[in-house]
Design a protein around this ligand. Structure first.
Ligand code: NAD
Length: 258
């Protein structure tokens, strides 16, 4: 019997990158999957369906509370509810505070932080009623430490770690756990853009910009992979993790050990 057979997982921002990696590993463990995110969802849908589970997709814009309410109603109606909620959708913008566009600040706070409040607000009552649930919030090493030029991202991710602790405490005497995962550098479209921007600003090759990006912060000098993060998510769904509550678990090649 697979660990998550008969359960349904909703992964926000799962059309690419880490979200797709986590959705894939949860499906490998037997979970049916509700996908969300921008762009063409068909490749992600086919990749997950090939694992023999059911797949749904909803295009909610996670910056919009009304869209999120529709996503959660869709998951309840079509997929029978959400047993595992992975709040993963996220964006980045890199600039010093004095140059940081207020509109980017608002968008990052809405997508990287507030969306998790809204999904949890809708998902928790049914999880409590079933006395089982897993909430996994994709924070970042930037939920634990800062970096220059990432004001909105660092503020949102620190906020998400705080929200995770509060939810874990509110749910402490139930079968519902809430934890955060805090990745270091993972090679996804979000990071490709930062490598390209570094290469352009410094005149370096993409390969050299990538080496410099890793050397600066990540002692292992290797990227974390979406599959590794997915397997951590599966572990957090296992009975062995029943008493892991409110953790901010870094998987970062040693970044925050420095
Ligand atoms: P990505 O750009 O590959 O994927 C982001 C996903 O979110 C995509 O599916 C995209 O369509 C979706 N998305 C973006 N805005 C959305 C919106 N308004 N509504 C719905 N979906 C939206 O990025 P990624 O690197 O896979 O990042 C996933 C999460 O992991 C983010 O929360 C990010 O902050 C976090 N993270 C990434 C890294 C890294 O190094 N890549 C490190 C730490 C944390």
């Amino acid at each position: 019997m697979q660990l998550l057979a008969g359960k349904t997982a909703l992964v926000t921002g799962s059309t690419s990158g880490i979200g797709l990696g986590i959705a894939t590993e949860l499906a490998r463990a037997g979970a049916h999957i509700v996908l969300n995110g921008f762009g063409d969802a068909e490749p992600a849908r086919q990749q997950i369906a090939a694992l023999g589970v059911q797949v749904w997709y909803h295009p909610a814009d996670m910056s919009k509370p009304d869209d999120i309410a529709e996503l959660m109603a869709y998951a309840a109606r079509e997929a029978g509810g959400v047993d595992v909620l992975v709040n993963n959708a996220g964006i980045q913008h890199v600039a010093p505070i004095e140059d940081f566009p207020a509109e980017r600040w608002d968008a990052i706070l809405a997508i990287n932080l507030s969306s998790s409040f809204h999904t949890m607000h809708h998902a928790i009552p049914a999880m409590k009623a079933r006395n089982w649930g897993r909430i996994i919030n994709l924070a970042s090493v930037h939920g634990l430490v800062g970096s220059a030029n990432k004001s909105a991202y660092v503020a949102a991710k620190h906020g998400l770690v705080g929200l995770t602790k509060v939810a874990a405490l509110e749910l402490a005497q139930t079968g519902v756990t809430c934890n955060a995962i805090c990745p270091g550098w993972v090679r996804t479209p979000l990071v490709e853009k930062q490598i390209a921007a570094r290469a352009q600003a410094s005149g370096q090759s993409l390969a050299q910009a990538q080496i410099d990006l890793l050397s600066e912060k990540q002692p292992s000098q290797q990227f974390v992979t979406p599959e590794q993060l997915g397997q951590l998510a599966v572990f957090l769904c296992s009975p062995a993790a029943d008493q892991i509550r409110g953790a901010a678990w870094n998987m970062d090649g040693g970044w925050v050990a420095q």
